[in-house]
Design a protein around this ligand. Structure first.
Ligand SMILES: Nc1nc2c(ncn2[C@@H]2O[C@H](COP(=O)(O)OP(=O)(O)OP(=O)(O)O)[C@@H](O)[C@H]2O)c(=O)[nH]1
Ligand SMILES: [Mg+2]
Length: 259
């Protein structure tokens, strides 16, 4: 087992109370409240699941497993959130898992009947990781409301796989499994569109990048860390230090102050 895999196992166990078996692909399941995450979770994992709390938090945690193409998968249902900028304990749990749990893929479930609002979360996850699958659920409800969505265009615009489902009826789940398999195993690579901020923010990001790259050493997306630093998100710096065992707190803030 490589050092990297061993370290991820330790982080998952100690920080998230999750113990994947050897060779198991870990998938995080994120989405706004009430978009059908648990329905997707149940459809994929059936009865092979167990629930508890996130370590040290009164937030529910559900984990379930499934096998596809003879590969084992562990699916982790995250709390429903509109954002992962960590303003609430639920958002912090979701962000920390996506960021530091190093899931092999993050599945973001969106509500087809209010796609624009839901896309906010997908765009945030796309700033953290390229290993993402977007699932547009409740497609049956959208049809009823005569909402039409140009999915090929959406997929092209986002630069990540988009799968449509009506999870309660099982529609689209075969494609969803196959897409999760491809992204988790690395067979399918994405190029998520990145939001471009105002020139002053982009200039500041460019200044911060080299040193952040050195400090986080491929463990986190440096552009995303730079944006959080510019946000002045102190709790996030504490999280980085704790999860990556780095002395970043003392090293990163002078960087920002010097801008
Ligand atoms: N029509 C339709 N209903 C769905 C679909 N998926 C889920 N639902 C229903 O939508 C409601 C919410 O589903 P959940 O799976 O509990 O949603 P959730 O995202 O887990 O909700 P929270 O955990 O509370 O954030 C339930 O009544 C589901 O039966 C779907 O594809 N079509
Ligand atoms: Mg749920």
């Amino acid at each position: 087992m490589s050092m990297q895999v061993e370290n991820r196992g330790r982080v998952l166990r100690e920080h998230f109370g999750i113990a994947p078996e050897a060779g198991q692909y870990v998938i995080a399941l994120a989405g706004n409240p009430n978009v059908g995450k648990s329905t997707v979770f149940n459809a994929l994992t059936g009865l092979r699941q167990h629930t508890g709390n996130w370590p040290g938090k009164t937030v529910d945690n559900a984990q379930g497993t499934f096998t596809y193409r003879e590969k084992p998968f562990l699916l982790v249902d995250l709390p429903g959130t509109y954002s992962i900028l960590a303003h609430t304990v639920e958002e912090q749990v979701a962000r920390d898992f996506i960021c530091f749990g190093e899931p092999d893929a993050t599945l973001v479930v969106l509500d087809a009947t209010c796609l624009e609002r839901n896309l906010n979360l997908a765009l945030q996850v796309m700033e953290i990781t390229p290993n993402i699958v977007v699932c547009v659920n409740l497609i049956d409800e959208a049809r009823k409301k005569k909402i039409t969505i140009d999915f090929p265009a959406l997929e092209k615009e986002l630069g990540v796989p988009v799968v449509t489902t009506a999870a309660r009826k099982g529609e689209g789940l075969a494609t969803l499994r196959e897409t999760l398999y491809q992204v988790s195993t690395g067979a399918r690579k994405s190029n998520p569109r990145q939001l471009v901020y105002s020139p002053s923010v982009e200039t500041a990001v460019q200044k911060l990048l080299p040193n952040i790259q050195r400090l986080v050493d491929h463990k986190l997306n440096p552009r995303w860390v730079a944006l959080r630093l510019l946000d002045g998100d102190k709790t996030f710096i504490e999280c980085i230090s704790r999860h990556l065992d780095l002395q970043t707190q003392t090293e990163l803030f002078p960087e920002v102050a010097a801008l």
